[in-house]
Write a protein that binds this ligand. Structure first.
Ligand code: G4P
Length: 529
């Protein structure tokens, strides 16, 4: 049980949101509190600007910037916080899903005007699959948004998680007066752009006194008293265990751009968010405090700029101590590897590190040896699980435009899909190659990279599918189904059978007609449709 102190110190998490809800702004405020940056505006939004939506080179350039901010580590009140960035652009949603496999908890930002949006729902689905603890921050309270009770109800319904407010807003929009911290029974009054300190909090243990009226006026004081009565009637003391098990999300209200309510959120986060948690491998569960080093690659970033064609594999450390220049076992390749220049990102500086502990993420320069999900150990042959592929949303057939370069094309598409740029499926019993992506941009990236890096020219033929489902079940029934649905059956890179459905209706019909076959939405056969 070495390194206990280092492990307890670490909180590894991600901030997630539908684009525009305020993820970048909140990230920046956290970094300001952590002293990792000195001025507002220092974090470049990795949100791809709307006008550049069709220019993938520009997007790649911006992604290049975002590599530097892929992991932001900072210290706050004796804790070491590793904040893993996720791409803002929806076409890179798979990157986000994978990053979520490397964190121990998340903060989910919701815009109080828009409520729960499409991408919020998807991200939460991924969190729920792994029971990741979630704290919700309802942002933009300086705008006229929805009633907070309605918002909580919407969150519970659409995100399928119980909520418990730990702070409560006093009015909103132009009339926004502040937030009342339910747990500490203290009030923070709203002022734009304040970097709140503990001194700004007014202790208000008893809302029936006149003090609250003096601070927010009679009408809002009465409303708060009424709201609190309701809340106290519904909620008991906050059950941290339920949060840690992923069943209950504490909720905070505030305004990221005004730096309001952020300190409350951060202070609670460091108190309740889990330190590095145990993780499953294909042979056993590994605890963070085991002596021997283990870790897995959850993201590979390849720079497509020909001038800087570097590739970085991001390794999450799960147990033990990772050390520079030490040989480790690359389990899939059964090879020993060592790294002379692993780096981390303390205070947003890229630093070569000598060692790293569970919860940390190190960047490893890679020449093509890594695949998403690869595990490194001190010799034990096991592989971390829970980094599945999710169904793509767009499907196109890969068309070879230069038959003389078939080999290059095949090699290129294998390597690019190993990096996680897209998913590759092969027609069952045939050779047609089908690429599945979340967004159209990836097709452009693939076409460009195949040509630049492998001299292979390709084009794409659009296919009418909307979802991929991994199938398993009674072998004769599966064989019958595959014969009957031959045109829709493909194999993933591991040789698993996948059914490509044209529509929700087809999918439901086939599911109902084939009760002996299970349809899974992830490649690890863990999550059924
Ligand atoms: P994202 O990373 O989730 O995509 O969102 P981001 O932080 O970039 O925020 C999206 C927009 O919402 C930004 O405005 C940002 O200033 C604004 N915003 C963030 N927090 C609040 C808040 O508490 N209140 C209000 N009223 N607005 C907020 P923008 O005009 O798109 O960009 P910018 O020019 O201000 O940077």
């Amino acid at each position: 049980m070495k390194y206990e102190h280092e492990i307890e110190k670490r909180k590894t998490f991600a901030i997630i949101s539908h684009p525009d809800a305020g993820k970048t702004t909140l990230t920046e405020k956290f970094l300001l509190f952590g002293g990792a940056i000195q001025t507002a505006g220092a974090v470049k939004s990795n949100k791809i600007k709307k006008h550049a939506a069709s220019d993938f080179m520009e997007i790649e350039r911006q992604r290049g910037i975002s590599v530097a901010t892929s992991v932001m580590s900072f210290e706050y009140k004796d804790k070491l916080i590793n904040l893993l960035d996720t791409p803002g652009h929806k076409d890179f949603a798979e990157d986000t899903y994978r990053t979520l496999t490397a964190v121990d908890s998340v903060v989910l930002v919701i815009d109080c005007v828009k409520g729960v949006e499409e991408q919020t729902e998807r991200l939460m689905e991924v969190c729920r699959m792994r029971n990741t603890p979630v704290i919700i921050f309802i942002n933009k309270m300086d705008r006229d948004g929805q009633n907070p009770f309605d918002l909580l109800e919407e969150v519970e319904k659409k995100l399928n998680i119980k909520t418990q407010p730990l702070s409560w807003p006093i009015n909103m929009g132009r009339e926004f007066k502040g937030v009342y911290n339910i747990h500490n029974k203290s009030l923070l009054t709203f002022g734009a752009n304040q970097k709140a300190t503990d001194n700004d909090l007014v202790k208000l243990p008893d809302l029936s006194t006149n003090e609250i009226v003096e601070l927010v006026g009679e009408r809002d004081a009465n409303q708060l008293r009424e709201d609190m009565e309701l809340i106290n009637g519904v909620y008991e003391n906050f059950p941290v265990e339920d949060y840690l098990e992923g069943h209950l999300a504490p909720v905070f209200f505030g305004s990221a751009v005004n730096n309001f309510g952020i300190k409350d959120l951060l202070d609670t986060f460091i108190q309740i968010a889990p330190a590095p948690r145990p993780r499953m491998t294909d042979t056993r569960e590994v605890k963070a405090n085991e002596d021997k080093f283990t870790g897995f690659v959850f993201k590979i970033h390849a720079n497509i700029d020909p001038k800087h064609r570097d590739r970085v594999a991001f390794l999450r450390i799960c147990s033990g101590k990772f050390e520079r220049n030490t040989f480790y076992t690359h389990v899939r390749n059964e090879k020993k590897v060592r790294f002379s220049n692993p780096y981390t990102f303390l205070a947003r500086e890229k630093n070569i590190v000598d060692d790293a502990f569970p919860g940390d993420v190190v960047g490893l320069f890679d020449t093509g040896n890594f695949k998403i999900g690869d595990t490194l150990t001190e010799g034990e042959m096991m592989t971390y699980t829970g980094i599945p592929s999710f169904s793509p949303e767009l499907f196109k057939e890969l068309v070879n435009n230069d038959p003389m370069k078939t080999k290059q094309l095949e090699k290129g598409i294998r390597q690019l899909t190993d990096e996680g740029v897209a998913q590759l499926f092969t027609q069952h019993g045939g050779n047609r190659k089908i690429i599945g992506c979340v967004g159209d941009l990836q097709f452009e990236v693939i076409q460009y990279r195949l040509l630049q890096e492998y001299s292979a020219a390709c084009s794409f033929r659009t296919l009418p599918y909307f979802k991929a489902c991994w199938i398993k079940g009674d072998p004769t029934k599966v064989a019958d189904f595959m014969r009957y649905k031959q045109a829709n059956i493909v194999e993933d890179k591991e040789g698993n059978f996948v059914y490509l459905a044209e529509s929700e209706w087809y999918l439901n019909t086939e599911k109902n007609n084939n009760p002996d076959i299970k349809f899974y939405i992830t490649s690890d056969f863990k999550h059924e449709l």
